[in-house]
Design a protein around this ligand. Structure first.
Ligand SMILES: [Zn+2]
Length: 98
């Protein structure tokens, strides 16, 4: 009776250990696949973010090259009287009108 009880206990213990091992393996596989999915999702996200940043940068460059320069150097003229560089069409400090 005692031996039978021990054997039954041993069998159930083995069964429990086997079940725990199965759960552990299943959990490991599940967590690994979950992590892989998260990693790939994060990679996709970062790639799309990179693409977005590149697109914004390209648009900014295009807009900048398309618009006229903020301070056009060509419009500065040298005053023949005093030599100052003044914007074209404005009156020089010496009184000369460009
Ligand atoms: Zn002048």
């Amino acid at each position: 009776m005692v031996i039978t009880n021990l054997t039954m206990f041993g069998l159930s213990l083995t069964k429990i250990l086997f079940t725990v091992a199965l759960i552990a393996v299943a959990w490991l596989i599940f967590s690994r696949s979950q992590r892989d999915r998260e990693l790939s999702a994060r990679r996709r996200e970062s790639e799309s973010l990179k693409d977005r940043v590149e697109r914004v940068a390209r648009e900014a460059v295009r807009r900048r090259s398309g618009e006229p320069p903020a301070a056009p150097v060509e419009d500065l003229i040298e005053c023949p009287d005093c030599g100052r560089f003044i914007p074209h069409g404005t009156r020089c400090e010496c009184g000369w009108k460009g």
